[in-house]
Design a protein around this ligand. Structure first.
Ligand SMILES: Nc1ncnc2c1ncn2[C@@H]1O[C@H](COP(=O)(O)OP(=O)(O)OP(=O)(O)O)[C@@H](O)[C@H]1O
Ligand SMILES: [Mg+2]
Length: 262
């Protein structure tokens, strides 16, 4: 039994107009619990649209999204947010800048619970937050009272990752979450990502433009092109190097920005 199933998903933007764009074309995918899926593809291939469809940020035109055999296609984004967490490309997106590190983390452990007006941090939570921050090895355990907006992008992404995983989600969606960071910090955030996914046995989708990361991490690798999944490569194939992925520029490839050969 698959844990997540996408059945014939279609998304057409501006369907009633001349600008109609078929961003997701009959996507079918079965995912097992604990799968860590990396997704690569040229600009506009439909990667973010796919994650937005799963998270409920956009509605789909046809098809079904099932989690544990339950059809969630018609549920609202905020309902799905109680079991689907996300980390975005922009470090500013995942956290509340005027709130402290501890207050942000307190919100994260209450994800999916009925909102209260208080952003209060319970004393008993503080040691949990400290331990979590320590695991990042960035010295952030001493910054619990710092407003998050004062931290660097990399520090914020590390905390966003913690916030997305502290209360175990059924699914975590990462959309180019290291792209805005310098190379050293990118490596660090990828290390933390992999550690958290393994430690909590999370089911994850990770979009990246970094081919090396897409190949190094995860147990399954998807290539998207023009709204379709054009390659679906297992970890065994990855390990054995039984395929080649070529990224070409649109000028050298009349089919588009991306081509895959095997
Ligand atoms: N809300 C929207 N309204 C209209 N068109 C959209 C919307 N979101 C995405 N699109 C279009 O759908 C196509 C796929 O976009 P998407 O953002 O999924 O690409 P992507 O693979 O994530 O690309 P990138 O690597 O640049 O992030 C693009 O042509 C985009 O313009
Ligand atoms: Mg995108």
């Amino acid at each position: 039994m698959s844990f997540i199933e996408l059945k014939n998903i279609n998304k057409i933007f501006h369907s009633e107009t001349e600008d109609a764009y078929h961003a997701l074309k009959n996507i079918n995918l079965k995912i097992k619990s604990g799968d860590f899926i990396t997704i690569i593809g040229g600009n506009g291939a439909g990667k973010s649209t796919l994650l937005n469809a799963i998270a409920g940020t956009i509605s789909i035109d046809s098809g079904n999204i099932l989690i544990n055999d339950k059809d969630i296609s018609k549920t609202k984004e905020y309902e799905r947010a109680s079991y689907i967490s996300r980390v975005f490309q922009n470090p500013l997106d995942g956290t509340a800048p005027r709130m402290t590190v501890a207050e942000n983390m307190a919100l994260a452990i209450r994800r999916g619970e009925r909102r209260t007006l208080s952003t209060g941090v319970k004393k008993s939570d503080l040691s949990v937050f400290k331990d979590n921050l320590k695991s990042l090895n960035l010295g952030l355990e001493n910054r619990l009272d710092t407003e998050i907006g004062l931290l660097s992008g990399g520090q914020r992404q590390a905390i966003s990752l913690l916030m997305a995983t502290m209360k175990k989600p059924e699914l975590i969606l990462l959309d180019e979450h290291t792209a805005a960071l310098d190379p050293k910090t990118q490596k660090n955030i990828m290390r933390i990502t992999d550690e958290k996914i393994k430690e909590k046995n999370l089911t994850a989708f990770m979009i990246t433009h970094n081919l090396q990361d897409a190949l190094e991490y995860g147990n399954r690798f998807l290539v998207m092109h023009h709204g379709e999944i054009v390659r679906d490569i297992s970890s065994k194939e990855k390990k054995n190097g039984l395929f080649n992925v070529e990224i070409e520029t649109p000028t050298t490839n009349s089919d588009g920005a991306f081509s895959v050969t095997s």
